[in-house]
Design a protein around this ligand. Structure first.
Ligand SMILES: *Cc1c(COP(=O)(O)O)cnc(C)c1O
Length: 388
């Protein structure tokens, strides 16, 4: 049976070209970039080139890029780093109720240390309103963190507008751009952000490597201590092969971006159209237009997301219910609840996220098997009868 991968928001397969670019740094170019000798210099050169490449792509300077172990570390460093550095300026942080747990749980950890956090609501499409951000700002506000696009429902937030509000009020602004870098155009100047998180494995690069952009002049305290790597902002020997792979993956993603957006959003639209035409009592989650090219998110009434996933998996289709981090728990997605969906409907969520290797044939196959799965589950469910 052919396997169909429709979970690109959780992770993407690494491109073979990216692996080829990394291999020399896992083999004979193994030097430590901090070493003085030729092995070290060779690794340093690769690191510098990767930094230049990534910086140029997002509109930053090379000294504004800090390499991290991924999106989670970038989010943690941004939020905790600013909180610690600006503690004497105030104790209030603003974020949204639909952030990734890397942001939400960093904020919760800070609440335990005496910080106050405002979790802004979103509208029915998952959009944060810039005017809500404005009215939440107080004299104590030291940081605003709002994601660029949501990983569950794909909604793209009005980041440039929100960043303008933050700048007007003199508050630092961080965005988790893990779902957008490499997928849609991202430029830190156009967005007007002070900090931005990205992660390689969401754009066909390796896992365990990412970066945090920190605008020049913005002081965040490091939370890894040790060697003086990354200009003293993140200690630890750099993941040279990973960083080389990340830079190359991003370069390829940007080169093919227009073509890819066209292809993937075409598949997404066909999938959404097909599902809503063939299945009753289904809602499409997220914004109709301000949405990631690959994201199709649904709620099927009278069924459980987990059961849909298991049945799809038996047919070779890999999707997800909510986010990878919440599946496995019985709590419905915090994102869907924040968008105002009732618990029982949020439980029936299915997220299918498309990528560069998916085809229209695969979408057709999903459209063939999904209606059968849903009607089978509904006929078995005690709630199903009320659907007839
Ligand atoms: C995947 C993801 C993260 C976490 O990134 P890792 O590199 O897996 O730690 C953070 N934020 C969002 C929006 C994500 O989609």
């Amino acid at each position: 049976m052919e396997k169909i991968y429709l979970d690109h928001a959780a992770t993407t397969p690494m491109r073979p070209e990216v692996l080829d670019a990394m291999l020399p740094y896992l083999k004979d170019r193994f030097g430590n970039p901090s070493s003085i000798h030729s092995f070290g210099r060779e690794a340093r050169k690769a690191l510098d080139e990767a930094r230049d490449k990534i910086a140029a792509i997002i509109g930053a300077g090379p000294d504004e890029i800090i390499f991290t172990s991924g999106g989670t570390e970038a989010d943690n460093s941004a939020i905790k780093g600013i909180a610690l550095a600006r503690r004497d300026k105030g104790n209030h942080i603003i974020t949204s109720s639909i952030e990734h747990h890397a942001v939400l749980d960093s904020c919760k950890a800070l609440e335990k240390q005496g910080f106050k956090v405002t979790y802004l609501p979103v509208d029915q499409y998952g959009l944060v309103r810039p005017e809500d951000v404005r009215s939440a700002i107080t004299d104590e506000t030291i940081l605003i963190s709002i994601m660029h696009a949501n990983n569950e429902v794909g909604t793209i937030e009005p980041i440039a507008e929100i960043a303008r509000v933050a700048r007007e009020k003199g508050v630092y602004f961080h965005t988790d751009a893990v779902q957008t870098v490499g997928q849609i155009p991202v430029n830190v100047e156009d967005l007007g952000v002070d900090m931005l998180s990205l992660s390689a494995h969401k754009f066909y690069g390796p896992k365990g490597v990412g970066a945090l952009y920190v605008r020049k002049g913005v002081r965040a305290l490091p939370f890894m201590h040790g060697g003086g790597q990354e200009r003293g902002r993140r200690a630890g020997t750099e993941n040279v092969p990973g960083i080389v792979g990340m830079a190359y993956a991003l370069e390829l993603a940007v080169k093919e971006m227009d073509e890819n957006i066209k292809k993937v959003s075409g598949l997404r639209d066909a999938l959404i159209r097909g599902v809503t035409e063939r299945i009753d009592h289904v809602r499409v989650n997220g914004h109709p237009v301000k949405r990631l090219p690959g994201n199709a998110s649904f709620c099927f009434e009278f069924v459980e997301g987990e059961s849909i996933l298991l049945n799809l998996d038996m047919k070779g289709i890999a999707g997800s219910s909510g986010s990878a981090c919440t599946s496995g728990s019985l709590e419905p997605s915090h994102v869907l609840l924040a968008m105002g969906l009732p618990h029982e409907i949020a439980h029936g969520s299915l997220r299918l996220t498309l990528g560069r290797d998916n085809t229209m044939e695969q979408v057709r196959y999903v459209l063939d098997v999904l209606p059968e799965i849903i009607s089978k589950l509904r006929s078995m469910s005690p709630f199903g009868r009320t659907a007839q």
